[in-house]
Design a protein around this ligand. Structure first.
Ligand code: CMC
Length: 430
C-alpha cells in the first residue's frame, strides 16, 4: 500500500526546481516527468528506453515472472505444477479466464475448441498458393492474418460474445493451419481434424496420418507435446506479446493482432531460436568440436543459441522441465545423438567465466528442438510449435488490454536526431 513517503524527489539542476513524483508498485509514471520543464513552452522531460529495458507497458494479472530466481507462474500457479498435472487446454482456459475450470467448464471449453478445429475450404487453396518450400512460419503468419477475412465481424472487439468466439477459433484452428503448412511442404494431402482425439493428439494426426483409417497417437509422445504446449503458453511482455498488444491497441481484429505476434516470434532472437539451436548443434557435429565453437562465441563470432534471456538471469524453469521431458521422449524414440553435444555445450558454458559473468543460462529453446526432432518435426516447424500454444497467451493478454481503461493506442515518442529546415534542391543541382 502506498504511503506518503512513497515518492521520488527529483531536482532539476537546470532550473533548481524540485519535484515530487509518486512511486507506486516500485514504478513512477513516465508522464509525471512531463511536469519537469525549463520553461512553459518546454515539452517536459521524457524517459529514453530503447528496447524497453526498464519500462512497464501495462498492468497484467496473467503471468508472473521472477527472472532472478527462475520463477514462472500462470495466474499464480507455478509452471512446474501445471506441467505435471494439467493439460494445455486447461491451461489455455486458465490464461483466458483467470481461474482453473471446474469439470463442467472444462468439458464445455474442450468441446467448443474441438468443434472449431476445421477451417474454411478456401484456406486450403490459399495455402496451396505458396511455393513448395515456403517456410511454415511464413505460411502460418499469412494464413492467421487471412482468417480475419473469413470472419469480418471479428473487428467488433467491444462485443464480448464476438470476442470470445474469435478466441475459441484462434486456439482451435492454429494446429490445423500449422499442420496444413507442414503437409504443404511435404507435398502430402491435408488431413482434416479428428475431433475424437485430444488437442495434441489431433495435431499429430493432422501432421502424420497417411492411409490408415484412424491415427493412434503414442500417449507418451502426445503427453510430451502437451507439456511443451503448457510451457510455451505465455511469458508476459516478451517481444511477440508486446507486438500483439501494440498492434491490438489500434483496435484491429484479433487475427491481425495475433499475426503480428507470429511475425515477431519468427525472428531468431525470439521463437526462431529453437530452429537455430538445432542448426547450430548439427553444425558442431561432434562433442569434440564444442570447445572450438565456444571459443568462437566468446570472440563474438556468433551467439550460443538457446542461451541467455532478457529477463531470466538464472536457469529458465521451462528449460529444466523440458530437459526432463527429453528423457521420456527418448525412451520411446531412442536418444537423439545431438543431445550429447547439447549437454556438453551446457556443461562447458555453465562453467565458463564469459557465460557465468553475463548470467547466461539455457533458455526454453535450448532443449525443445531435440524433442521436436525426435517427434519427426522438420526444423522449419519448430517455431510453429511455439506459436500454437503461445496463441492462448497472446489472446489472454490482448483481452486484458482491451478491458484496461488505462490503455490507449500504443505510440512511443522519439528523440529526433535528423536534419531540420532544409530547402528542397532541384535534381539538376544535386
Ligand atoms: N551467446 C553469447 N553471448 C551472449 C548470448 C548468447 N546466446 N546472449 C547474450 N550474450 C552476451 C552479449 O553479447 C552481451 O555481452 P557484452 O555485455 O559483452 O556485450 C551480454 O551477453 C548481454 O546480452 P544482450 O544482447 O545485451 O542481452 P539481451 O537481453 O538484449 O538479449 C537474448 C537477450 C535472448 C536476445 C540474447 O541472450 C540472445 O541473443 N540469445 C540467443 C538467442 C536465443 O536463445 N533466444 C531465445 C530467447 S528465450 C525464448 C524466446 O524469447 O523466444
Amino acid at each position: 500500500m502506498a504511503t506518503a513517503n512513497d515518492t521520488l524527489t527529483i531536482t532539476d539542476n537546470r532550473t533548481g526546481k524540485t519535484y515530487e513524483v509518486p512511486v507506486e508498485d516500485g514504478t513512477i509514471r513516465a508522464t509525471a516527468l512531463r511536469d519537469i520543464k525549463v520553461n512553459e513552452s518546454d515539452f517536459g522531460v521524457m524517459s529514453y528506453d530503447p528496447a524497453f529495458m526498464n519500462t512497464a507497458s501495462c498492468r497484467s494479472a496473467v503471468t508472473y515472472l521472477d527472472g532472478e530466481n527462475g520463477v514462472l507462474e500462470y495466474r499464480g500457479y507455478p509452471i512446474e505444477q501445471l506441467a505435471e498435472h494439467s493439460t494445455y487446454l486447461e491451461v489455455a482456459y486458465l490464461l483466458v479466464h483467470g481461474e482453473l475450470p471446474n469439470a463442467k467448464q472444462l468439458d464445455e471449453w474442450t468441446n467448443k475448441i474441438t468443434t472449431h478445429t476445421f477451417v474454411h475450404e478456401n484456406v486450403k487453396s490459399f495455402i496451396q498458393g505458396f511455393r513448395y518450400d515456403a517456410h511454415p512460419m511464413g505460411m502460418l503468419l499469412a494464413s492467421v492474418g487471412a482468417l480475419s477475412t473469413f470472419y469480418p465481424d471479428a473487428n467488433q472487439i467491444k462485443d464480448p460474445e464476438i470476442r470470445y468466439l474469435q478466441i475459441i477459433r484462434l486456439i482451435a484452428k492454429m494446429p490445423t493451419l500449422a499442420a496444413f503448412a507442414y503437409r504443404h511442404n511435404m507435398g502430402q494431402p491435408y488431413v482434416y481434424p479428428d475431433n475424437d482425439l485430444r488437442y495434441p493428439g489431433n495435431f499429430l494426426s493432422m501432421l502424420f496420418k497417411m492411409s490408415e483409417l484412424k491415427y493412434e497417437p503414442d500417449p507418451r509422445l502426445e503427453r510430451a507435446l502437451d507439456i511443451l504446449f503448457i510451457l510455451h503458453a505465455d511469458h508476459e511482455q516478451n517481444c511477440s506479446t508486446s507486438a500483439v498488444r501494440a498492434v491490438g491497441s489500434s483496435q484491429v481484429d484479433p487475427y491481425s493482432a495475433v499475426a503480428a505476434g507470429i511475425a515477431a516470434l519468427y525472428g531468431p532472437l525470439h521463437g526462431g531460436a529453437n530452429e537455430q539451436v538445432l542448426r547450430m548443434l548439427r553444425r558442431i557435429e561432434r562433442k569434440e568440436n564444442v570447445p572450438d565453437f565456444i571459443a568462437g562465441v566468446k570472440e563474438g563470432k556468433e551467439r550460443l543459441m538457446g542461451f541467455g534471456h532478457r529477463v531470466y538471469k538464472n536457469y529458465d524453469p521451462r528449460a529444466k522441465i523440458i530437459k526432463k521431458a527429453c528423457d521420456d521422449v527418448f525412451e520411446v524414440t531412442g536418444v537423439n545423438p545431438l543431445l550429447e553435444i547439447a549437454m556438453e555445450l551446457e556443461k562447458i558454458a555453465l562453467e565458463d567465466e564469459y557465460f557465468v559473468k553475463r548470467k547466461l543460462y539455457p533458455n526454453v529453446d535450448f532443449y525443445s528442438g531435440l524433442i521436436y526432432e525426435a517427434l519427426h518435426m522438420p526444423v522449419g516447424m519448430f517455431t510453429v510449435l511455439f506459436a500454437i500454444p503461445r496463441t492462448s497467451g497472446w489472446i489472454s493478454q490482448w483481452l486484458e488490454m482491451i478491458d484496461d481503461k488505462e490503455q490507449k493506442i500504443a505510440r512511443p515518442r522519439q528523440i529526433y536526431t535528423g536534419e531540420r529546415n532544409r530547402d528542397y534542391i532541384p535534381l539538376d543541382k544535386r
